[in-house]
Design a protein around this ligand. Structure first.
Ligand code: S3P
Length: 465
């Protein structure tokens, strides 16, 4: 069921928590889960997936892979945990979907799958919820059109969109103006179907889950940071470059999806802010292109340690231990944005409770996420009595915690991370903080409320008095 259609009447309210303690199993990584299903559909034979995120976004990608001709089945593994099996069709083997693909809330699903179907000689229709229908698709339409694919969409490159793929996809060479794993992956997935070498560069490396999973499946993919000769570099003196050799033969593989560091972020920050807290979070993905938040929090004074470091399906993983810590405000440089792009809402909450001012720069991309997160955080924090300002592409937050004790209601605009961030802020201070629609959280973190309450949080659905 999509949360888009429902009109929630009862807010979800978070009140001061005593302490958060225990061991918590964080759901699977959203980015890796999408890619595991897509690669499974492109490989011949069986791909088994454990740890898959069972959130709405990923379940839609599973349904879409089935609509494109793969066989996708959910069962239980020998340990009683969900085991997904995908029997793929091979590169070039997907078939025309019989109906419009509904990508729900998922920008990743929409953009990666648009890249994929752009390499097939049929037309795919795609739509999404009100949030996704506001988000720009021109960033993928521009490069993918150069392969021979055609796109028809609403004004401003908005969904609904029809993608008419090409029978003979051309290999692309694309210099992306933004560091975006969705853009990079859309081009690489199209490139997997083209003869020869597809190249994509970006100003700095965005998350490299696609490259790692390609490699894990045996695709010939090379990535490196290359120097740009003086005078030509629009975005600095180096760029990150990926090359993929198209039309490989892939066979199914077992994938164990690590827990999502972007979901763990909400538990980590809660533990740092609520006095007396101590959490153990096993099996968290610590891909260096995803750990910007943990690095930043450590710079702010956080007690976070990694133990039991290992690798799963080409991704680095560790267990995290987090203890309550006094945080101080810092400047977070623009260069760090790609490695923590989804974490600014929860970092802003940490900053609101730190000692001193935190300034976060280079946040232009936050304006085109599930909501305009720059505005949502500045406005929401102000409503909670925190001095916060969005200035250009920066967010400046003065610490000291939420002020006042009257309950406050935050509109989440179908944005899961805005909802979870404000529920975390409600755990500190006198002021209960409510969100108008917690159902958005199901896109990435099903049972967030149950898990947090099991650790000591105080979150409930009730009318605000
Ligand atoms: C994602 C890439 C990022 C991120 C999103 C997941 C991915 O988006 O914000 O949540 O899985 O490729 P951009 O590519 O727009 O930066």
């Amino acid at each position: 069921m999509s949360h888009a259609a429902s009109t929630p009447s009862i807010p979800t309210v978070s009140s001061r928590a005593k302490s958060l303690t225990g061991r918590a199993v964080v759901p699977g990584d959203k980015s890796i889960s999408h890619r595991a299903l897509i690669m499974g559909a492109l490989a011949v034979g069986e791909t088994t997936i454990t740890g898959l995120l069972m959130g709405e976004d990923v379940l839609r990608t599973a349904a879409v892979m089935a609509a494109l001709g793969a066989k996708v089945e959910e069962s239980k593994g020998p340990d009683g945990k969900p085991l997904w099996r995908v029997w793929g069709r091979g590169i070039g083997g997907l078939t025309e979907p019989a109906d419009i693909l509904d990508m729900g809330n998922s920008g990743t699903g929409a953009r990666l799958i648009a890249g994929l179907v752009s390499a097939y000689p049929f037309t795919t229709f795609m739509t999404g919820d009100a949030s996704l229908r506001r988000r720009p698709m021109d960033r993928i339409i521009k490069p993918l059109s150069q392969t021979g694919a055609r796109f028809t969409c609403r004004a401003g490159g908005r969904l609904p969109m029809a993608v008419t793929g090409t029978p003979l996809p051309m290999p692309l060479s694309y210099d992306s103006p933004i560091a975006s794993a969705q853009v990079k992956s859309a081009v690489l997935l199209a490139g997997l179907h083209a003869p020869g070498l597809t190249t994509v560069t970006e100003p700095v490396a965005s998350r490299d889950h696609t490259e790692r999973m390609f490699r894990y499946f045996g695709v010939d993919v090379r990535s490196e940071t290359v120097k740009i000769p003086a005078g030509r570099g629009q975005h600095g003196s180096s760029r990150y470059k990926v090359e993929v050799l198209g039309q490989p033969e892939l066979s199914g593989r077992p994938i164990n999806v690590p827990a999502d560091p972007s979901s763990a972020a909400f538990l980590v920050v809660s533990a740092l802010l609520v006095p007396g807290s101590h959490l153990i979070l096993p099996n968290i993905g610590i891909n260096p292109l995803r750990t910007g938040l943990f690095d930043t929090l450590q710079e702010m004074g956080a007690d976070i340690t990694y133990t039991n470091r290992r690798e799963e399906a080409g991704e680095p993983v560790a267990d995290l231990e987090v203890k309550y810590s006094a945080l101080k405000g810092i400047n977070v440089p623009a260069e760090r944005a790609p490695s923590m792009i989804d974490e600014y809402p929860i970092l802003a909450v940490a900053a609101a409770c730190a000692d001193g001012v935190t300034r976060m720069d280079g946040l232009g991309e936050l304006k085109v996420k599930e909501s305009d997160r720059l505005a949502a955080m500045a406005n929401g924090l102000k409503a909670c009595g925190v001095a916060a300002d969005a200035v250009g592409e920066s967010l400046i937050v003065r610490g000291g915690g939420p002020k006042g004790n009257a309950p406050v209601l935050i509109p989440v605009e179908l944005d899961h991370r805005i909802a979870m961030s404000f529920l975390v802020l409600g755990m500190v201070g006198e002021r209960p903080i409510a969100v108008d629609d917690a159902s958005a959280i199901n896109t990435s973190f099903p049972d967030f409320v149950g898990l947090m309450n099991g650790l000591g949080a105080n979150i409930e659905s009730r009318e605000l008095s």
